[in-house]
Design a protein around this ligand. Structure first.
Ligand SMILES: *Cc1c(COP(=O)(O)O)cnc(C)c1O
Length: 420
């Protein structure tokens, strides 16, 4: 230096630092680092919701062909409009309208790069100074990270494990105030595996109406249900309180890498008329970039022409996996699983820490499990539940059985002598 040149003193945005340490991927990477390289056992990952590496969980050929055709047609090499291709918006509007008692129009739908992108957009749109948002606990940590980055205050309401992980509605009422921008409802539930009844969802809408807050309905696991409650869209109750419906093809079509999702406004009563929401969404879409045009071009085919058997086959597989996981976990006295999953790809398990000899908390459990058994599951603190773990049951059957078997040996090895 000394010749008048300056240092490149460029600093990054501090609000971005540290978030990965508490996000699902960051924590799984930490656990991976703990797996003994010398182990004979192959690594089993039951930590995240992407079963596409298992042979039974490949997307449908119909969808693959739709993408190939769209690509080869050379009609989709262009930029798409900010809100998405009109044909894709229309197809999503029709897809969502199948489940609600009114018709969505294509202008109610915005095409996004997966459901994550829809979360990012709607939270950006709502992030006025001083606002807060009601998020479920346990929940999906992406919401906390995006809210924090946009300086939205997070207020957690509990899901009640003893009541099938239903929403604590009294608490919702107590938490909301004039600055509450929205309540997020994830159904079918990640991480709980719950599927809410018609009546429960109606109660949520009634409370939202009373409080005057819109509902953000994360329905990324739409129709992935296999228990007693059928899937009901929150949008069914949108005449009570307006609903932002978020979804994607990532989970139901087993194509998370294709990055297509949507953000739809369900507001049949016109509660948003005359306010700025629609313009703010448009404005937001102008400063972000959506999914590749040829994938959007394939959306009408994918949504309209996927054979029913594909869906019923996936749901049957998930049900079988859920039952095996639940039954095998029930045999382990050190663990408690309060709900046999009825939807999504996850179940929550409580660690009965007083029965363990040398496990201090959920992270300690997961680190030791990774080291000793080459098995990765998610420590509950990541989803807001300390001393619980989240297990993905969407996996190959033999992998799943092997995985839970390893967890059992681990638990027995670390149990107090009295509990053995
Ligand atoms: C997987 C998931 C998402 C993200 O979906 P993408 O379409 O892959 O972006 C959003 N919300 C929940 C609850 C999820 O489990």
């Amino acid at each position: 230096m000394g010749n008048g040149e300056k240092n490149f003193n460029v600093q990054g945005n501090e609000r971005l630092i540290g978030s990965s340490d508490t996000m699902i991927r960051g924590v799984l990477d930490l656990l991976k680092g703990n797996v003994e390289r010398s182990m004979q056992k192959s690594m089993i990952v039951l930590g995240h919701g992407d079963p596409t590496s298992f042979p039974g969980f490949r997307t449908t050929q119909d969808a693959e062909e739709a993408v190939l055709e769209a690509l080869k047609s050379a009609q989709y090499n262009c930029y798409a409009p900010p809100a998405g291709l009109p044909s894709a918006r229309r197809a999503v509007a029709e897809y969502l309208s199948r489940d609600v008692p009114y018709e969505l129009s294509s202008t109610d739908v915005h095409i996004t790069s997966g459901c994550s992108h829809a979360i990012e957009i709607i939270l950006k749109v709502l992030a006025r100074p001083g606002v807060n948002i009601l998020l479920p606990k346990p929940g999906f940590p992406y919401y906390e990270a995006i809210a924090e980055f946009n300086q939205i205050e997070v207020r957690h309401y509990d899901l009640i494990s003893e009541r099938g992980w239903e929403i604590n509605l009294d608490q919702v009422e107590a938490l909301a105030d004039d600055n509450t921008a929205a309540i997020v409802v994830i159904n079918p539930g990640n991480p709980s595996g719950s599927v809410y009844s018609y009546q429960h969802l109606e109660r949520v809408a009634v409370i939202a109406k009373l409080l005057g807050i819109p509902i953000i309905a994360d329905e990324v696991y739409d129709h992935l249900t296999f228990g007693s409650n059928p899937f009901v869209r929150m949008g069914v109750f949108a005449s009570l309180a307006p609903v932002f419906t978020l979804g994607s093809i990532s989970k139901r079509w087993l194509a998370p890498g294709w990055r297509v999702g949507w953000l739809a406004i369900c507001d049949p009563a016109g509660n948003f008329q005359g306010n700025t929401i629609d313009n703010c969404i448009k404005g937001c879409l102008n400063i972000v970039s959506g999914p590749a045009t040829f994938i959007q071009g394939a959306i009408p085919q994918i949504l309209e022409n996927t054979r029913k058997e594909f869906f019923s086959d996936i749901n049957a597989k998930l049900k079988e996996c859920a039952e095996i996981a639940y039954d095998k976990i029930k045999e382990i006295p050190l663990l408690t699983c309060p709900l046999k999953p009825e939807g999504s790809m996850f179940l929550m398990v409580r660690l009965n820490l007083d029965l363990f000899e040398d496990v201090t908390d959920d992270l300690d459990f997961c680190l030791k499990l990774a080291r000793e058994e080459s098995l990765l599951v998610l420590p509950g603190f990541v989803v807001g539940m300390k001393n619980w773990i989240r297990i993905t049951f969407a996996a190959g059957l033999s992998t799943l059985e092997d995985g839970i078997g390893r967890m059992k040996s681990f638990c027995m090895r670390h149990s107090l002598a009295a509990a053995r």
